[in-house]
Design a protein around this ligand. Sequence first.
Ligand SMILES: Cc1ncc(C[n+]2csc(CCOP(=O)(O)OP(=O)(O)O)c2C)c(N)n1
Ligand SMILES: [Mg+2]
Length: 560
Amino acid sequence: MYTVGSYLAARLSQIGLKHHFAVAGDYTLVLLDQLLTNKDMKQIYCSNELNCGFSAEGYARAHGAAAAIVTFSVGALSAFDAIGGAYAENLPVLLVSGAPNSNDLATEHLLHHTLGTHDFTYQLEMAKKITCAAVTISSAVNAPEKIDYAIRTALCERKPAYIEIACNIASAPCAAPGPISAVISEEPSDSETLKAAVAAAAEFLRGKKKPVLLIGSKLRAAGAEKEAIELANSLGCAVAVMAAAKSFFPENHPQFVGIYWGKISTPGAQAVVDGSDSVVCIGTLFNDYSTVGWTAEPNGPGVLTADQKRVRMDGHDFSRIHLRHFLSALSGKVEKRDATMIEYSRVRCEPPVEIAAKPGAKLTRAEWLRQIRPLVTADTTVFAETGDSWFNGMALDLPGGARFEIEMQWGHIGWSVPASFGYAIGAPDRRVIALIGDGAFQLTAQEVAQMIRQKLPVIIFLMNNHGYTIEVEIHDGPYNNVKNWDYAGLIKVFNAEDGRGRGFRANNGGELAEAIKVALANHDGPTLIECVIDRDDCTADLIAWGHLVAKANGRPPEPQ
Ligand SMILES: Cc1ncc(C[n+]2csc(CCOP(=O)(O)OP(=O)(O)O)c2C)c(N)n1
Ligand SMILES: [Mg+2]
């Protein structure tokens, strides 16, 4: 016997979810009970719905998809911010919201957790803008079809979907789920279009001397990481990666030339990309930040763009083909073209030698970076928060297997605390390290308590530079100052009587080294290391990038 809630649970479990995230509310309590009847999935609780959404977003990064269950309006509207993030970052997160009793929908009743009007549709209407599928279930009869449609569309589009379930319908009897293949099987590439696109791309490359591959963040969403390596191997050319796609192409691959990010690229990478006569952009996303205020955007007839389901180049535009099919087929049609690797070997520079600071000397960002480098091993995932952590993160070399997570399109400060929590739930065998600024941490700090509750050994490096330094570099004012907290002391508060989190404040390199040792040995909870540095001790990349972005932001209105 299935109910609407247990049907949903079965489908979530069938698509591979071992957990779902939740904040309780009276419109969801019965639904949560129903989800709990599925013994293949655990319910993980969050401190608030924004964090619940971001926890699911992080879980989807580790696990391919995720679900967050929240109550009507007071919960869902908070979660919407994170769902917008999942949309921007191409992550299939299912937001499930409890809703008023179906008998109330057509009445003149006023209900709690609503606007105090008779309109109960506003939440669904809002959800439609930030998801690829939004359904409302107020009768059990059509629930299977609606649930399957929402999940299938989210998985296929790699975008979030929204399912609203009236609170009295969650336990209503419902049909049994059919084979899961109806939900997870994807539309094939159109074979004729695929052939034509591959032929056109092979021709495009044949006429060029210096091809280069540029990898973007949508590569993972397309599930085409392996196929990008295949094409790189066939071409033998240089491969640069955009910041938002760091780790999506292995940094220990012999053709990896670094991060392409305009003026602040890895030394040598910009010269190779800008000097190429054929940039193959794979899953790239160019916005004001990634182009450094529109100063670095490959375009023109020398650019071929291969996206999740579309391939474009001068004179051609093909759709309904999967990126991985395209890349794989193209690999078999190209010859070795290593001119950009030869060029790179000429322009590349050796990284500067980093010298250890005296253990008692005041902590600097450079010393901190030097000390954390060895922590990044094959089984590590680094989370880099919006702020100078982005630029510090870029400076970390990733050994094979290491992963890097960044939320560059949405850029919500505070994302990395709940997202690393959700990721650690989804990937318990990985070492999760989060780099986060003091300002960002203050938005979502509560989720450290959930890391403690779940005994997750996440290591948080909290860079306390006493302000919104990234904003200082874009445009300064009194609004960039942050009230200081006793960040390390927070862990004691969150531990209460049973937690095993550890909190440290490092004012110098010696204290940092000691704290790192304890963090590596603490397997029963998170370790937060507050690294106290000067307010203006930031990366040169942040300054260079900030000035160009500020210039782009500050363009005067064009005359009409
Ligand atoms: C939710 C949200 N609010 C505001 C911003 C604007 N913002 C971007 S970065 C930033 C400051 C980050 O400061 P901090 O975390 O201390 O990092 P730092 O640059 O100092 O390393 C702010 C306020 C944002 N990105 N997201
Ligand atoms: Mg700061």
